[in-house]
Write a protein that binds this ligand. Structure first.
Ligand code: HEC
Length: 285
C-alpha cells in the first residue's frame, strides 16, 4: 500500500513537472491591479468593447459594477450595448452554433476564466496577461492569427489594432530514432518562421554531435502598426486582466478588508476576556 502511494505521488510529480515545462514560453507576471479602481473601470470598458462581442460573463451583472465605483447611469451610458436592464448579466447576442461555425471553437464564458487557468506555471491572471500579448500573424490559420501561449487558438487577436502585428519563430530540437532498430541516431533542429505577414517557412537540419535535449522555443518578432506603444499596450492589458480577475472573485477585496476587522476584534476580545478572567478569580485565590 505504502509503495502504491509513493508511486502515485511520484507519477503525479512527473506529470505536473512535464506540464510546467511543456507550454513553450514562461508566463509574464500580471501587474496586480485588482485593487485599483481606475484600472478596473478601464478594464471593464475594454472588456465590453473588445471581448463581450464573442464572450459572455454571465455570472457578472452590470449593476455589480457599482462595486468598482461606477453608478447606474455611467454603466448604462458607457458599458451597456447588449443588455436591457442594469440588473442583467453580461450576456452576448451571438448564437453558440454560429460561434462554433465561425471559429471552430466556442468562445467560453469568461466569468471565472482567471481561476480556471491557474497552474504550476503561475496564476490564471499571469496566463491571461501573457496570452493576450502573445499573438502573431499566421496566414495558415482561418483567422490569420496564432498564439505562442495557446497554439492554434480559434480566437483572433481581438486587440490587434492597439498592439499591432508581428511574426514569430519556433526553434524545435528533436531526437531522431532509427525506425528499424529503434536506436537513437542524433538530433535535428527545425526552425519554423512566420514573417510579418504570417507566411510560414520551415527548415530542418541535423545537429552536430554533442549534448542536446529536445526543446521548443518561441521567439516573437518585432511589433508593427499598433496605435499604442508597447508599454502603453501592456498597461491596457494589465487593466483588462485586473477586471477579468476581479470578475472571477468580486468579493475578494471585501473579504480581505473584513478579515482585518475580524482579527482586530478577536485581538481586542482576547484582552477583555483575559481582564474579565482576572477579575473573576481575584477573590477566589
Ligand atoms: C471574434 C470573437 C472573439 C473575440 C472578440 C474575443 N474572443 Fe476570446 N475566444 C474566442 C474563441 C472562438 C475562443 C476559443 C478558442 C479555442 O478554443 O481555440 C476564445 C478563447 C478565449 C480564451 C481562452 C479560454 C480557454 O481557457 O480556453 C480567453 C482567455 C479569451 N478568449 C479571452 C478573450 C478576451 C479577454 C477578449 C477581449 C480582449 C476576447 N477573448 C475576445 C473568440 C473571441
Amino acid at each position: 500500500m505504502k509503495k502504491l502511494i509513493l508511486t502515485l505521488i511520484a507519477a503525479l510529480g512527473i506529470m505536473t513537472g512535464a506540464q510546467a515545462s511543456e507550454g513553450g514560453i514562461a508566463w509574464d507576471k500580471a501587474p496586480g491591479k485588482t485593487n485599483d479602481t481606475a484600472s478596473l473601470q478601464n478594464g471593464a470598458k475594454l472588456f465590453v468593447n473588445y471581448c463581450l462581442g464573442c464572450h459572455s460573463a454571465s455570472a457578472m451583472r452590470y449593476n455589480r459594477l457599482q462595486d468598482i465605483g461606477l453608478n447606474d447611469d455611467q454603466i448604462r451610458k458607457n458599458l451597456m450595448f447588449t443588455a436591457e436592464k442594469v440588473g442583467d448579466p453580461m450576456n452576448i447576442a451571438m448564437r453558440p452554433a454560429d460561434a462554433k461555425e465561425w471559429f471552430g471553437a466556442l468562445p467560453p464564458d469568461l466569468s471565472v476564466i482567471a481561476r480556471a487557468r491557474s497552474s504550476a506555471a503561475g496564476s490564471g491572471s499571469d496566463w491571461l496577461y501573457t496570452y493576450l500579448r502573445s499573438y502573431f500573424r499566421d496566414a495558415s490559420r482561418p483567422t490569420g492569427w496564432n498564439n505562442v501561449v495557446f497554439e492554434n487558438v480559434g480566437m483572433p487577436h481581438a486587440l490587434w489594432e492597439l498592439q499591432g502585428s508581428r511574426g514569430a519563430t519556433l526553434e524545435e530540437v528533436k531526437e531522431t530514432v532509427d525506425p528499424t532498430s529503434g536506436k537513437h541516431t542524433g538530433f535535428v533542429k527545425t526552425v519554423v518562421n512566420f514573417d510579418a505577414n504570417g507566411v510560414r517557412t520551415e527548415k530542418t537540419e541535423p545537429m552536430a554531435e554533442g549534448h542536446h535535449h529536445a526543446s521548443r522555443t518561441w521567439t516573437l518578432g518585432k511589433l508593427e502598426g499598433g496605435t499604442l506603444p508597447q508599454a502603453r499596450f501592456d498597461e491596457q492589458v494589465a487593466d483588462l486582466v485586473a477586471y477579468i480577475t476581479y470578475m472571477s472573485d468580486p468579493t475578494a477585496h471585501q473579504r480581505t478588508r473584513l478579515g482585518v476587522w475580524v482579527l482586530l476584534f478577536l485581538g481586542l476580545f482576547t484582552i477583555f476576556a483575559w481582564m474579565l478572567n482576572r477579575a473573576f478569580w481575584k477573590d477566589v485565590k
